[in-house]
Ligand binder design. Structure first.
Ligand code: IDP
Ligand code: MG
Length: 166
């Protein structure tokens, strides 16, 4: 069964110029990229994304980390990969959450580090399971930004000003 998974290249990955390496590693999975964009991460988005970690001692630093405040790179690259066993394949390539425990050949084992503040800078985010993947993909992307119809949609009337090319 095909699965979708949210991947984020976190600000440390961008600062270390690892985008190419990470995408090359992920291409080993033969999964399909069905959405991709650069995102400036608001505090609301970061808190919602990591809401399962609210209350942890490292939560505030984690939010700053995802927003790019620790790396002078106020953006992340967000992608959706799609295909058989996408979550397992991507999480295996990513390696363990703690970069020190991650296999040395994994992405986090190769490029992650534990900071003095305690937060793990581990280069990429990968959704942990199907439920989380759906929640996260809906949080980071609008339906029209994804080239596969993953989840059911509805039409709503919305009147708002759009920026268009001048
Ligand atoms: P995951 O990213 O492997 O799914 P989560 O438990 O969802 O791991 O944690 C989200 C992020 O929070 C991690 O990627 C890491 O950056 C940070 N983190 C998680 N647990 C710890 C910890 O015990 N100490 C420091 N940072 C942590
Ligand atoms: Mg997680």
């Amino acid at each position: 069964m095909n699965q979708a998974v949210l991947i984020l290249i976190k600000p440390d990955g961008l600062k270390k110029s690892l985008t190419g390496n990470i995408l090359t590693r992920l291409s080993e999975t033969k999964l399909e990229i069905i959405a991709a964009k650069m995102v400036r991460v608001s505090q609301e988005l970061a808190c919602e994304h990591y809401k399962h970690l609210k209350g942890k001692p490292f939560f505030n630093d984690l939010i700053k980390y995802l927003q790019g405040e620790l790396h002078d790179r106020k953006k992340v690259m967000a992608l959706v990969y799609w295909g058989p066993e996408a979550i397992k394949k991507c999480r295996e390539l990513a390696g363990a959450t703690n970069p020190e425990e991650a296999e040395s050949t994994s992405i986090r084992g190769s490029y992650g580090r534990i900071t003095t503040s305690g937060v793990y800078e581990n280069v990429i985010h990968v959704s942990s399971d199907v439920t989380e993947a759906e929640r996260e993909i809906k949080l980071w992307f609008n339906p029209e930004e994804i080239i596969v119809d993953l989840y059911s949609i509805k039409s709503v009337e919305e009147k708002k000003k759009l920026a268009v090319w001048a």
